[in-house]
Design a protein around this ligand. Structure first.
Ligand SMILES: Cc1cc2nc3c(=O)[nH]c(=O)nc-3n(C[C@H](O)[C@H](O)[C@H](O)COP(=O)(O)OP(=O)(O)OC[C@H]3O[C@@H](n4cnc5c(N)ncnc54)[C@H](O)[C@@H]3O)c2cc1C
Length: 346
């Protein structure tokens, strides 16, 4: 079978890995690496403390965590995972503790949630962090480094990579070349690529920033999830803070007012933070569906789309990619994985 994949973010890369394992198949990947979500993500994997009531989302997310662990075992490589746990700073910790304990019964992978006091956190966090009296610690929460994961997958996959913009052509073609199957994994650009369809995906912009080396990190520093939009973590030995969620935007440029808002939220946890501490700003886009649930759908019998991953796509994407690979390889024939409501004719 000749398979074409559009997009080499986490979804396209994991699909390419599993599909090309079987040397019977020829797998071609097209990617232009523009404002990619995966490389520009913060990278937190900790779905068990989410307050979302969306059961489909939670199912995909918790299974996604397992897929990441299984992928790392399969590749014999965990260099893309930094497993120092997640600390939740919140004024209403009891509510999150209850949610976490509930999930921990069914998800041993998350470890045993614990409430830590200030003293217990002092050795885990650098001195410029304002440590609250108590925080919730999820030992199995972790972070992934998107660029490293994509690089490792590329080394271990038998894919043919085309660094070019892809267009769908004919019934099942990319840039004039015919395929037996095509998978569209174009992230925030899904609706641009499929502009002749009515597809449930809008583009959301996200900005993440890193701090200069006056903010040193500790080797085993856990991810901090303070109350609000931002998260703080150590990424390649620098502090990264993100992310913004911009549904309305005029350009992919860095906007100072958005950065100022992120810094303002950071001040509660890093009181000394100032604009001149910023070393770099990264911009990525996400695909967001109307009900904020990720999905797989079909344009026709042989063209599949994975989209709507939103702000937790590094967590949910691996499960959808794995499921679709198994369907294409005919190891899972369950058609209920497809959500037909997500696409229509224009
Ligand atoms: C700032 C930010 C922070 C985030 N933090 C987290 C987090 O902490 N935890 C979490 O779970 N998720 C997080 N996410 C979400 C997550 O990063 C995304 O949902 C996920 O990476 C989407 O993966 P993807 O493979 O669908 O798309 P992407 O990673 O965006 O990849 C799509 C690729 O397709 C390419 N492409 C698109 N159209 C074409 C075309 N026509 N031809 C060729 N190439 C094309 C693009 O250039 C891109 O390289 C964050 C996202 C952002 C932006």
């Amino acid at each position: 079978m000749k398979i074409g994949i559009i997009g080499y973010g986490i979804v396209g890369a994991i699909l390419g890995y599993y599909l090309s394992k079987d040397s019977e198949h020829e797998v071609h990947v097209y990617d232009i690496d523009t404002y990619q979500g995966t490389k520009n993500a913060v990278g937190i994997i900790c779905p068990w403390v989410s307050q979302r009531r969306n059961k489909t989302w939670y199912h995909i997310a918790k299974e996604g965590v397992k897929c990441l662990h299984e992928l790392s075992c399969d590749m014999n490589d965990s260099s893309f995972m930094i497993q120092n746990g997640v600390l939740l700073f919140h004024e209403n910790l009891d509510r999150f503790y209850t949610i976490a304990l509930d999930h921990a019964k069914e998800e041993p992978i998350m470890g045993i949630p614990q409430i830590l006091n200030q003293k217990a956190m002092t050795s885990l966090l650098p001195p410029y962090i304002k440590i609250p009296n108590q925080a919730l610690f999820i030992p199995g929460g972790f972070q992934i480094e998107g660029a490293t994961l994509l690089e490792r997958l590329k080394q271990k996959s038998q894919i043919q990579f085309h660094q070019q913009w892809a267009h769908l052509t004919g019934d099942c073609g990319i840039n004039g070349t015919d395929f037996d199957t095509i998978c569209v994994c174009a992230g925030g650009f899904t609706s641009d690529l499929l502009d002749s369809f009515d597809i449930d995906s809008t583009m959301q912009k996200g900005m993440m920033l890193t701090l200069n080396d006056t903010y040193q990190t500790l080797p085993n520093q856990p991810v901090i999830m303070p109350q609000g939009e931002i998260d703080i973590l150590s990424r390649n030995q620098v502090i990264a803070i993100g992310a913004s969620h911009q549904d309305v935007f005029d350009s992919f440029d860095v906007e100072t007012d958005v950065i100022e808002k992120l810094l303002l939220q950071t001040k509660t946890t890093i009181p000394s933070i100032k604009m001149d501490a910023i070393d770099s700003v990264m911009v990525g886009v996400r695909s967001v569906s109307k009900d904020k649930t990720p999905y797989i759908t079909q344009l026709n019998k042989n063209v599949f789309v994975i989209a709507g991953l939103g702000s937790s796509g590094l967590t949910t994407g691996p499960y959808l990619a794995y499921k679709l690979s198994q369907f294409i390889l005919k190891q899972d024939s369950d058609p209920s994985i497809f959500d037909a409501r997500r696409v229509g004719e224009k």
